[in-house]
Write a protein that binds this ligand. Structure first.
Ligand code: PBG
Length: 327
């Protein structure tokens, strides 16, 4: 008879040593990617109001930041650019001297072993704030594709290790793969934001990156949050087009999608613990309503338990610092 009183699940919870022995998932600092916002200019270090502890940095301020990231043993950063000039087609996104391109060169000089991921999108660079080319009141998928390929290629040329398209245009992984291959970057992987939902949790990011759409919303290209099966179709498509790592975004309201993707696909799986998720924790912690450290450990572990291998998170530096203290 396998039941109480023979069976007592509490037996394995009695001491910390026992609990640690039977632990199913763990977060390692080596799983994390830290997002970094780079703004054009000099001597700029501006805290983002809805994201305490996260700054917009000009390229000359990056050395200290990436040295700290490397010292904490965080293996990677994900770069976002805030350009001086915005236009209809986001041309500063693929300018060889663009802000992200400058940042990549700076980082590769100061901390060459740090992996540099770059966000490939147009929204921070377009005057209208959309992730693609606007024709009338529509976001034109096919006219956007060659521009995204140019952005990805210019990042690879500047020395990026991995490019990460976040625009949600159909077919972008394919054109980016083709353009990288044609230009001698067969070895550069693509992390695709395969299942990216139209989410209100991006609010603080849009302040940070000055990327809020000036008209309408992103519902015609980002996914509808009512849908789960559709995420699997998006992921399947991106893998077929050549994505090496797939990402689900946001993370916390989408743990079910992460789990389904883990059960369905073999490729490395990332999850993006987005700006709004970070802001909620920070706000509550500042009020004294939550224990920040405990909540962050629980959140990141939940994302791993759901099936993610890699987590993009603004908590990365704090988490790494706490982990070092616990040892
Ligand atoms: C750009 C992009 C966004 C985020 C990552 N890349 C914003 C958006 O789609 O509006 C959000 C990241 C975050 O909220 O932390 N397309």
């Amino acid at each position: 008879m396998a039941g109480f009183p023979h069976l007592r699940l509490r037996r394995l919870r009695r001491t910390e040593a026992l609990r640690a022995l039977v632990r199913e998932s763990r977060v390692d600092v080596g799983d994390l990617i830290y997002p970094v916002f780079v703004v054009e200019g000099k001597g700029i270090k501006q805290e983002i109001s809805a994201m305490p502890g996260i700054f917009r940095l000009s390229p000359d301020q990056l050395d200290a930041e990436v040295e700290e990231v490397a010292r904490l043993k965080i293996p990677a950063v994900l770069l976002f650019g805030i350009p001086e000039q915005k236009d209809e087609t986001g041309s500063s996104a693929y300018a060889p001297g663009g802000v992200v391109q400058q940042a990549i060169r700076t980082i590769k000089k100061s901390v060459p072993q740090l992996l540099v991921f770059t966000d490939v999108c147009l929204c921070e660079y377009t005057s209208h704030g959309h992730c693609g080319v606007v024709v009338g009141d529509q976001i034109d998928n096919d006219r956007t594709l060659p521009l995204l390929a140019k952005v990805a290629l210019s990042h690879a040329e500047a020395g990026a290790d991995i490019v990460a398209p976040s625009d949600m245009m159909d077919g972008r992984v394919k054109v980016i793969r083709e353009s990288l291959d044609k230009n001698g970057f067969q070895h550069i992987p693509i992390l695709s934001y395969a299942a990216k939902y139209a989410s209100a949790f991006y609010g603080p990011f849009r302040e940070a990156a000055e990327s809020a759409p000036q008209f309408g919303d992103r519902l015609s290209y980002q996914m509808d949050y009512h849908n789960g099966r559709e995420a699997l179709r998006e992921i399947e498509q991106d893998i077929a087009e050549g994505a090496d790592i797939i990402m689900i975004k946001p993370a916390l309201a989408y743990l079910d999608v992460i789990r389904q993707a883990r059960n369905t696909f073999g490729c490395p799986l990332a999850a993006y613990n987005v700006s709004g998720e970070y802001a909620m924790v920070k706000a509550a912690a500042e009020q004294g309503w939550l224990d920040e450290r405990k909540v962050v450990f629980e959140i990141l572990t939940a994302i791993k338990r759901a099936g993610a291998d890699i987590i993009v998170t603004y908590h990365a530096k704090d988490f790494a610092t706490w982990m070092a203290e616990e040892r």
